[in-house]
Structures are given as C-alpha cells and as structure tokens.
Ligand binder design. Structure first.
Ligand code: HEC
Ligand SMILES: [Cu+2]
Length: 363
C-alpha cells in the first residue's frame, strides 16, 4: 500500500523542475523534487491533523459542556477499537514518512557513477572551487555543466562552514581537516545562489557565491578558456583580470572605496606601500624595511610577502586575520594583483565600483 501511495506521489510533478513559489525557491536539480516531496508530505499530514484535532476539540467542548450540577457523566471506559485505530494509523503514517524521507536521503548520499568532480575549499569568507580536470580555480563562482552529475569534495581551511544551494536543495558542512561531499545534477541553465549556512564569524553573511550552469556542450570550451585566461595575458591586461577574477578572494576584508574593514582598504594601497607609509604593530615602519640591503629591495616584494606570509608584519590597527595565499595564487596571479594595486584608479570609480571587464573593455 505504501508503495502504491509513494508511486502516485512521486509521479505527481516528478522532474518538472517547478519555478519559485511563495514558499520555495525554484527546483533546478534532479533531487529537488524528492526533497520537496518529503517536506510536502509531512506538512500536509500536519495540516490534516491540525484541522481534525482542533475541530474535534471545539466540537467536544460544545457538545460535552457540563450542563448543570446534576449532569455528571460516568468516567471514560476502555475501548480497544479506538486504541488500535489510533495506534495503527499513525504507525502507517510514520512508515510513509520514513520511506519517502529515506529514499530522498539515500538519493542525496549516493553520488551516481561518472560524476564530474570539483574540490571545494571554504575559507573566511569565500568559496574556492578547483577543477582538477582543467587546472582551473574559480572563486565566488562555480561553473558546472547542465544535465551531468557533479560531485563536490569539500573541506575548510579555518573553521566550520556549510555549503548550501537552495535551488538544488543540497547542503553539506565543510569541516577543517576532513573531507565531506555532496552531489547534484542541474536541470536548468542559469545562475543560482550558493551560500554559507553555518555562522562563521563577522562576515558570514558575505560568504556568497554563484553556481553558473552552462549547457553541456559549452562546458569544456568554457573551462579551457578559463584555464589559459591569464597565462596568455600581457602585463597591461593583468590588472583587469585581477580585479575581476582574483579580488573576490579579498573583498570580504579589503574594500576598494576607502572604507575600513577587517583589513586595510586597497584604495591608495600602492601609494602608501611605495612611500613606505605603513606602520606595523611591533612599532616598525615599512620605510625602514624598503630599499637596498633591507627586507624588501622593491615595494612589490612587501606585497608579495603580505600574500604568501601575511603574519610576518601586521599592519597597525588590525589583527593578523589575513589567511596565507601561498600555493593558492600562481606567481603570475601575484604579479597580476600587484599590477592591480598600481592601476586601481583606472579600474574603479570614486565609489570603489569596478569599471572594467576581465578583457579590459569598459563596463
Ligand atoms: C580574512 C580577511 C582577509 C582576506 C580574505 C584578505 N586579507 Fe589582506 N589583510 C587582512 C588583514 C587583517 C590585514 C592587515 C594585517 C596584516 O598586515 O596582516 C591585511 C593586509 C594585507 C596587505 C598589506 C596591507 C598594507 O596596508 O600594508 C595586503 C597587500 C593584502 N592584505 C592583500 C590581500 C589580497 C591581495 C587578498 C586577496 C587575494 C587579501 N589580502 C585577502 C585580511 C584579509
Ligand atoms: Cu562560512
């Protein structure tokens, strides 16, 4: 009986990938339907019993109201039929809920064969997506093919985070020192919100990314293009690349408009650094460390060190909260960031909005 019920329920609207409703985001993955089904089954059972029990309650209040001092009834007596009924019906219901839930859960746990794999690293407060098949690293954006199962292998560099893609109805913790995984198969092209759903500190609410689902045949060309993007760029092209593709790893802590944040603003940073106008918490000053025979022969070296070994010198007024980008940024990408600092005025307007595209064309 439960099986028949299940089949009927599953058949209703299966795979249709409903649009967003007042209650729910759109369904854009193969598992979205079964997750919503479990939710709906439980909700509708609750509605039904809420009405039934409240109705009976009101009816009994009216019907069995004590009418006078003499109208005292006998106490209730044992009724086997009623007791069997109210045991068996809930039993069947929880079996249905269990089966529906278990099916959905196993579906989410067991990744199908031949998944496309992506390594996900969570770090305060950004998401990094590595595509080993193409040697591509994306930050703040995850490109995946439509109609192909994708498996995310996730870990965290600092503390607990949790990856959630509401439209796909998938969610999994990212845990330091451990790998977790989840899978999905997108059924629609377009962009979908991805967010951190584990409170992870001050800028947790900015720990966002988008999933960009592209048609299956466009996926490979897209990745190949991303992989070689900066390799072939000249020095003049690197700043526009850096502000569009690399700055999103820094933006949760460093602003472009001069406002203070977890870290110092990038606005005017090259000016301050090249003049040595930076004080450190140990009382030292950058100007004493710049020039021949010192730590940083060129000011570029200080920026490089800030990225690969950020704890070496802590800027006054800030905590040593900057994560190391050692091994995460290729040398050419570090160069790109340094060039970005030098030309920041050409890349942003007065309010710190980025005004160029990755290929250097104006926005
Ligand atoms: C989690 C927050 C955080 C992230 C993300 C972050 N930084 Fe920082 N950064 C800081 C803090 C805090 C400081 C100041 C303390 C210090 O010197 O370490 C800092 C300092 C710096 C400095 C030295 C600034 C100066 O005025 O001397 C540079 C350069 C820098 N960051 C570049 C970057 C770049 C480039 C990225 C992205 C690729 C980045 N940071 C990502 C927090 C962050
Ligand atoms: Cu987080």
């Amino acid at each position: 009986m439960t099986n028949l019920l299940l089949k009927t329920l599953m058949a209703s609207g299966a795979g249709s990938g409903k649009d967003a409703t007042f209650w729910m985001p759109e369904q854009a993955s193969t598992v979205a339907h079964s997750v919503d089904l479990t939710f709906d089954v439980i909700t509708w059972i609750s509605y039904f019993f809420f009405v039934l029990i409240t109705g009976a309650l009101i009816w009994f209040i009216v019907k069995y109201q004590r009418k006078g001092h003499e109208a005292v009834t006998e106490g209730p007596v044992h009724n086997t039929t009623i007791e069997v009924v109210w045991t068996v019906i809930p039993l069947l219901l929880v079996i249905v809920i269990f089966v529906v839930g278990l099916k959905g859960y196993l579906n989410l746990q067991e990744a199908p064969e031949g998944c496309y794999e992506v390594q996900v690293t969570a770090q305060k407060w950004s998401w990094t997506f590595d595509h080993p098949d193409y040697a591509v690293t994306q930050v703040g954006e995850l490109t995946v093919p439509e109609g192909q199962p994708v498996r995310l292998i996730m870990t965290s560099n600092d503390l607990l985070h949790s990856l959630w893609i509401p439209s796909f109805r998938v969610k999994m913790d990212a845990i330091p020192g451990r790998y977790t995984s989840l899978w999905f198969e997108a059924t629609k092209t377009g962009t979908f919100q991805l967010l951190c759903t584990e409170y992870c500190g001050k800028d947790h609410s900015k720990m966002l990314a988008v999933v960009n689902v592209v048609p299956k045949e466009d996926f490979k060309p897209h990745m190949v293009k991303l992989a070689s993007e900066y390799e072939d760029m000249s020095l003049e092209q690197l700043p526009a690349y850096a502000i569009n593709r690399l700055y999103n790893r820094c933006q949760s802590c460093h602003s472009l408009d001069g406002s203070d944040n977890t870290g110092p603003t990038f606005k005017g940073l090259w000016d301050r650094v090249s003049k040595g106008d930076v004080n450190f918490t140990n009382g030292d000053n950058l100007s004493n460390l710049l020039g021949d025979g010192t730590d940083y022969v060129q000011p570029e070296n200080y920026i490089r060190e800030s990225l690969v070994n950020p704890q070496k010198h802590i800027v006054q007024g800030y905590l040593g909260a900057m994560p190391s980008f050692q091994g995460q940024l290729k040398e050419k990408q570090i160069t790109a960031l340094i060039e970005m600092f030098k030309r920041l005025d050409e890349l942003t307007d007065a309010d710190g909005n980025v005004i160029v595209n990755t290929d250097g064309t104006p926005r």
